[in-house]
Each structure stands twice: as structure tokens, then as C-alpha cells.
Design a protein around this ligand. Structure first.
Ligand code: AMP
Length: 118
């Protein structure tokens, strides 16, 4: 079982921002920038080629809501959304990265970011 399946099953903890029947959304444990967030389908899909279109659409619908939340609470200057497949994909369970970008940034702890977002 991959690490994201374990997070979805609550076998290992995460800083969870949102969940519904289809996705779980939590902070990346090794963030590139404050608020780096992952949107992960609860059903196991390996990658972009494996995930079904309805689930993919839901991932992006939730991405819009989370991107708005991050803007409201962290006031980023830009945001990247990326998703790795094959080479460069560390966790073989589909996930969309939301990576806020800042003109100037003081890195804060995951716990502090989480407190701002909850
Ligand atoms: P990728 O290279 O697209 O597969 O990215 C995997 C991401 O998962 C990396 O940014 C990791 O920092 C992140 N990650 C790995 N383990 C955990 C975990 N237990 N909780 C949250 N994020 C994780």
C-alpha cells in the first residue's frame, strides 16, 4: 500500500484541509513554499493515464476552492498546479500539487501554515 493510501485510511497523520467522498486534501510534508498542498483521490489511481475523467474533473473543482482559500489566508502572488507521471513521480498514487509562489517569503512551519488555513 502506498503512503497516500495510508494517509487516506488514517493510518498515518496528515495536515488535512478538506475531504469528501472522492478526495482528501492535505499539506505536502516537504513544501516548496508555504501552503504547498496535495489533492489526492481516495481511490487509488497510479497517474494521469489511470484516473477517470469524472474524478479528474472533481480534483480540479476542489483545486479551485483550495486555491481561493490559500489566496485568502496566505495571500500568495502566484500559484502553480503540477502533477508528475512516471519519471519524477515519487509517490505512485495520482496527486495534484498546488504550489503558491511569493514575491517575498518567510518560511513558516507546517503547523503554523495549517493554523492559518483551518
Ligand atoms: P511527486 O514527486 O509528484 O510524487 O510528489 C510527492 C510529494 O509527496 C512530495 O512533494 C513529497 O514531499 C510529498 N509527500 C511524501 N510523503 C508525504 C506525507 N507523508 N505527507 C504529505 N506529503 C508527503
Amino acid at each position: 500500500m502506498d503512503i497516500f493510501c495510508k494517509i487516506i485510511n488514517n493510518e498515518i497523520p496528515s495536515y488535512t484541509l478538506y475531504e469528501d467522498d472522492i478526495v482528501k486534501v492535505f499539506l505536502d510534508v516537504n513544501p516548496n513554499h508555504n501552503g504547498h498542498t496535495l489533492i489526492v483521490p481516495k481511490k487509488h489511481y497510479q497517474d494521469f493515464f489511470d484516473i477517470d475523467e469524472d474524478t479528474l474533473m472533481h480534483v480540479y473543482k476542489v483545486a479551485k476552492d483550495i486555491a481561493k482559500l490559500l489566496k485568502e489566508r496566505l495571500n500568495y502572488d502566484g500559484i502553480s498546479m503540477c502533477q508528475n507521471n512516471g519519471l519524477g513521480q515519487e509517490v505512485k498514487h495520482y496527486h495534484l500539487h498546488l504550489i503558491p509562489k511569493y514575491k517575498e517569503e518567510s518560511k513558516i512551519s507546517l503547523g503554523e501554515v495549517y493554523n492559518k488555513l483551518k
